[in-house]
Design a binder for this molecule. Sequence first.
Ligand SMILES: NC(=O)c1ccc[n+]([C@@H]2O[C@H](COP(=O)([O-])OP(=O)(O)OC[C@H]3O[C@@H](n4cnc5c(N)ncnc54)[C@H](OP(=O)(O)O)[C@@H]3O)[C@@H](O)[C@H]2O)c1
Length: 303
Amino acid sequence: MNIVLTGSIGNIGKPLTKELVDKGHSVTVISSNKERMAAIEALGAKAAIGNMFDPDFLTEIFTGADIVYLMETMEAAGDLFDENVDFIEKINEIGHHYKMAVERSGVKKIIHLSSIGAHTDKGTGIIVFHHHVEQILKQLPEDLAIKFIRPVGIYFNMFSFINTIKNKGAIISNWGGDRKEPWVSPLDIAAVVTEEIEKPFEGRTVRYVASDEVSPNEIAKALGEAIGNPELEWKVISDAELLKSWLNIGFNEQVAKGFVETQASQRSGILYEDYDKHLTVLGKVKLADFAKEFAAVYQSDEV
Ligand SMILES: NC(=O)c1ccc[n+]([C@@H]2O[C@H](COP(=O)([O-])OP(=O)(O)OC[C@H]3O[C@@H](n4cnc5c(N)ncnc54)[C@H](OP(=O)(O)O)[C@@H]3O)[C@@H](O)[C@H]2O)c1
């Protein structure tokens, strides 16, 4: 099949491109960076260099595709430290550009990379943009089939713990405890997207993707052991304290408030209320696997 992927060869895009090429599909990867062309071609895909904010470009590239994989990313909207960016509004724009390009190009099958929490527009913080884009795409004519793929929290979010582990000796956040939560690897997301690309499309469907279910205290233990600090603790502070520290670092206020609220919804369970109604088969990459990756990054000078 002719498949067009947005999201370049990022965390999910790279393994996804590899899997689809291996399965014999003709894959076109959209990147905003022309220097990425050689790396995309080395994976056996075609590179289309252009922008998510350019509906004419998107229309041209989508034309003739059997399936398009659509993702929206905060990176495309702006710099997380730029106070003047309205991330929710900018990502809405991407949703409208995708809708327009799909309609004009005549493509009939869409995979939308959304997120856990997209079931509601209340209380989930910054990730509400995924809910909005789902709603925009749902306005497409009924004969267009859409699979909404909703990954849970991705393991790589845990790299943000490195700073407080190194500087304050603990993981410090506004949620914690012993309640198990789902986490996912980009590799398992790519595997599910590949599977859904090859299965029949009909109407509008939702599928959650998760790899493991572990509690914050289990995460602290696994990551602590991996970095040679088995006593590593996960400490909980208030929303107000976390917000203050993120604003001090210089994050855009919408982003800082938005992520504090997203994490508060992990604490309250709002984030998981729809996930809990679905039976999700867990993928292959477990916390123990990610802990090795975490330790390698922790011990390098990258962070
Ligand atoms: N973190 C979580 O826990 C979580 C949970 C659920 C869902 N999600 C969602 O998962 C997605 C993350 O996917 P990912 O990790 O594969 O993304 P990623 O690695 O951040 O890759 C996104 C790529 O998009 C390209 N890009 C950026 N701006 C662009 C623009 N204006 N036009 C065209 N391309 C542009 C960039 O590549 P080039 O430089 O090559 O253009 C970038 O590397 C996001 O939608 C996120 O919200 C995240």
